[in-house]
Design a protein around this ligand. Structure first.
Ligand code: ATP
Ligand code: MG
Length: 263
């Protein structure tokens, strides 16, 4: 069942220029004790853009997105989301911000004792405080249809495969129609075919809802499918930036090694 035109219209984001910056980081720093994890992170995420972050394990990729949602406070540099300084936000402002930012965690946890339908209703009733059951049903069905899992609506998470659970996790994040999506390793642990399906879904959601996304991944095929732009992170900084094609033949050996290791 395709979404009706009026449904899509009600979900459209505020009109904005294509070059509007939704997340801005400049010289971002974060250390844990002696360990400087983020040394100098600088980027702008534009509205409607998919930015992929590649980097070895333990480089601070997850730390960066935890700073964006205010779960961690940077030690220095600039970090604004929708033009507002995240570090200065009150708890209430952070709560409001997190409604606009969908965060697909590395583990993508679902509530195991609830059906798929109940898992999806949860953010609508608890976060958006919706009361109209007909509207809730409509949104649950539409988002499940978008991730190709309408048939699984009354199943328990334990009855689903890993790939299906990832899709439900994604649906649960998307159901509140976030303006920014942060994907932390969305395809890790999935077989190549399911990984590809999830990557295509990320692309589909970007095109359909004009979402701005940061996608952290080790999966080059995922990067190739979803990225408008790729940044490579190493030793607390972004050392290269470009399209998949550009970085694939980059002069920098470390950057090239990323692509050669897995291709
Ligand atoms: N809350 C925290 N307290 C202390 N150290 C932390 C904390 N969060 C992250 N770190 C440390 O920061 C470093 C970067 O962690 P991060 O999880 O961002 O890496 P990553 O690039 O996402 O790696 P992976 O690809 O394995 O997910 C690691 O050394 C980690 O131990
Ligand atoms: Mg991580």
């Amino acid at each position: 069942m395709a979404a009706k035109k009026e449904d899509i219209e009600t979900m459209e984001k505020p009109s904005a220029s294509k070059d509007e910056v939704v997340v801005h980081a400049k010289g971002l720093k974060k250390a844990f004790g002696e360990k400087e994890v983020l040394k100098n992170i600088t980027f702008d995420l534009k509205r409607g853009e998919n930015m992929v972050v590649l980097g070895k394990s333990g480089q601070g990729k997850s730390v960066t997105i935890q700073c964006i949602v205010g779960m961690l406070k940077p030690d220095g540099g600039e970090l604004t989301v929708f033009g507002e300084d995240v570090a200065q936000m009150s708890d209430e402002e952070l709560k409001q911000l997190r409604i606009k930012i969908g965060f697909l965690f590395q583990s993508g946890a679902l509530y195991d004792s609830m059906t798929v339908r109940d898992n999806l209703e949860f953010p609508l009733t608890r976060v958006l405080k919706l009361k109209d059951q007909a509207e809730i049903d409509k949104r649950v069905e539409e988002v499940l249809d978008n991730v190709g899992l309408l048939d699984a609506i009354d199943k328990m998470p334990s009855d689903l495969s890993g790939g299906m659970r990832k899709r439900v996790g994604l649906a649960r994040t998307l159901i509140v129609n976030p303006e920014i999506m942060l994907y932390d390793e969305p395809t890790t642990g999935l077989d190549p075919i399911t990984s590809r399906e999830i990557s295509e879904l990320i692309l589909h959601m970007q095109k359909k809802y004009k979402t701005s996304s940061i996608i952290i991944t080790h999966d080059l095929e995922c990067a190739r499918i979803v990225a408008d732009r790729i940044v490579v992170m190493n030793d607390g900084e972004y050392i290269a930036e470009g399209s998949w094609k550009e970085l694939h033949k980059a002069d920098n050996e470390l950057v090239r090694s990323f692509f050669n290791e897995t291709t």
